[in-house]
Design a binder for this molecule. Structure first.
Ligand code: SF4
Ligand code: SF4
Length: 173
């Protein structure tokens, strides 16, 4: 092939490439300047777990171990304790509660089986996704890290409302 036809082919390819690039400039941008701007997460997003309390602030978990039994990664560790005090003085809603409730996020695969297994709606997935740490041991979260009343919530996300087309973030635009 001659040098002239090479030059024509190359120029054509550059023009085609630039045309694609330029065609994207007027389109809506889906990139987010994280963490200055909050990331939009979908309502069904599975982030760090939340351990829930009832309207009186009592822990809903009754330490039945069903979540730990359902966990395929064996990453939930619970120590049950009896609390025979009158109902209004108890830590939990029942006589039995979880004195220790740990989740090892070095093993958790965010499958949601623990949430499905819980008969008390005591555990759900929250939206916190900022779980990166410098030390692997810090991936072990304890009850105070997980309880809804004490868990630190990041300001770097917002949950999409049901009418938002959040899936667009993952589509060709
Ligand atoms: S989300 Fe899945 S892997 Fe993680 S703690 Fe629950 S059951 Fe275990
Ligand atoms: S979180 Fe739910 S399933 Fe797990 S021990 Fe507590 S009550 Fe049982």
């Amino acid at each position: 092939m001659s040098i002239i036809s090479d030059a024509i082919q190359s120029t054509k390819a550059i023009i085609q490439g630039m045309a694609v690039t330029l065609s994207y400039i007027p389109k809506q941008k889906w990139t987010v300047q994280y963490p200055e701007e909050p990331v939009t997460v979908q309502p069904r997003y599975r982030g760090q777990h939340l351990l829930h309390v009832d309207e009186l602030g009592r822990e809903k978990c009754v330490a039945c171990f069903l979540c730990a039994a359902a966990c395929p990664s064996d990453c939930i560790y619970i120590v049950a304790k009896d609390d025979p005090r009158p109902a209004e003085q108890r830590i939990g809603v029942d006589e039995r509660y979880a004195e220790v409730y740990n989740i090892d996020y070095g093993r958790c695969i965010f499958c949601g089986y623990c949430v499905e297994a819980c008969p008390k709606d005591a555990i759900t997935h929250g939206y916190n996704f900022e779980l990166s740490v410098y030390n692997r041991a810090d991936l072990l979260k304890t009850k105070s890290d997980l309880l809804i009343t004490t868990q630190l919530q990041s300001k770097n996300y917002r949950v999409a409302s049901s009418h938002e087309d959040v899936d667009s973030e993952y589509k060709e635009v």
